[in-house]
Design a protein around this ligand. Structure first.
Ligand code: ARG
Length: 249
């Protein structure tokens, strides 16, 4: 009981936001699986969404997010829903190629908007995230390029980026990775996930060769430099027959 109870509660809530299951080893491969190391300088609008009370990871990081206006960060609802009443526990850090690095720009959060349609159901052991979109309003405006959002159109591939785990044995990866993922038709996810997959608010991408994983959530799926989806959920990571699911914007 080293921490006072409000702090403990905040830490636990932040941990809950990242989902305790995110800490359990999952599939045979994980994270921006088979990605390459990426420089944060290429993604100046990319934020590490976290909390100074989330002690498990450097920078308290548990999700990703994209700066879409000088004081707005787009992320996944499941990353921040549990602390929407405690926006002050959240912090977004830009410019980190490695979460352990110095020199990032950290900004606290003033308020959290969660899509009112956001809710969870279950697919096997996994939480299925519906309308998994949230917007953080920062305490101050940051002087950085913003990311545009868009639709995938008929693109065949996209790019994912995040600080998530890169394999089961690298659960504590702290480096930014990016990978090219195939955009999958709705049918691929419908056949994997049945009615858990809702094509009206979800996008399907990835393969056993490249996928996102734990702690990548909220980060972008990019097509032609535009954010077209947010890392949301899947059955494990990079499992054959189970693509990643992204919130459709
Ligand atoms: N829910 C995970 C997170 O909170 C993201 C899972 C994405 N999984 C996947 N195989 N694409 O970080």
């Amino acid at each position: 009981m080293a921490l006072s109870s409000p702090l403990r509660r905040a830490a636990l809530t932040a941990a809950a936001a990242a989902s305790v299951s995110a800490l359990l080893p999952v599939a045979s491969a994980s994270a921006v699986v088979h990605g390459r190391e990426a420089s944060a300088a290429r993604y100046p609008w990319l934020g590490a969404v976290g909390s100074p009370f989330f002690f498990l990871r450097p920078a308290g990081q548990f999700c990703g997010g994209a700066l879409t206006a000088p004081d707005k960060v787009l992320t996944a609802a499941h990353c921040v829903g549990a602390v929407r009443g405690l926006p002050g526990v959240l912090r977004v850090t830009f410019g980190l190629s490695d979460l352990r690095g110095k020199g990032g720009e950290a900004v606290d959060v003033k308020s959290v908007w969660v899509d009112p349609r956001y809710h969870e159901t279950k697919f096997k052991s996994e939480d299925v995230e519906h309308h998994d979109v949230a917007v953080l309003t920062l305490k101050r405006r940051v002087n950085r390029p913003t990311a545009a959002t868009g639709r995938p159109g008929d693109a065949r591939a996209g790019e994912v980026v995040g600080w998530g785990t890169t394999s089961e044995s690298d659960l504590f990866n702290t480096r930014l990775h990016a990978a090219t993922v195939p955009l999958r038709g709705n049918a691929a996810c419908a056949s994997a996930y049945g009615t858990s997959f809702d094509a009206s608010d979800m996008l399907c991408a990835g393969s056993p060769k490249a996928d996102t994983c734990q702690f990548d959530s909220g980060g972008p799926l990019l097509v032609n430099g535009r954010v077209v989806g947010l890392t949301s959920w899947a059955y494990g990571c990079a499992r054959p027959g189970y693509p990643g699911v992204y919130s459709r914007l």
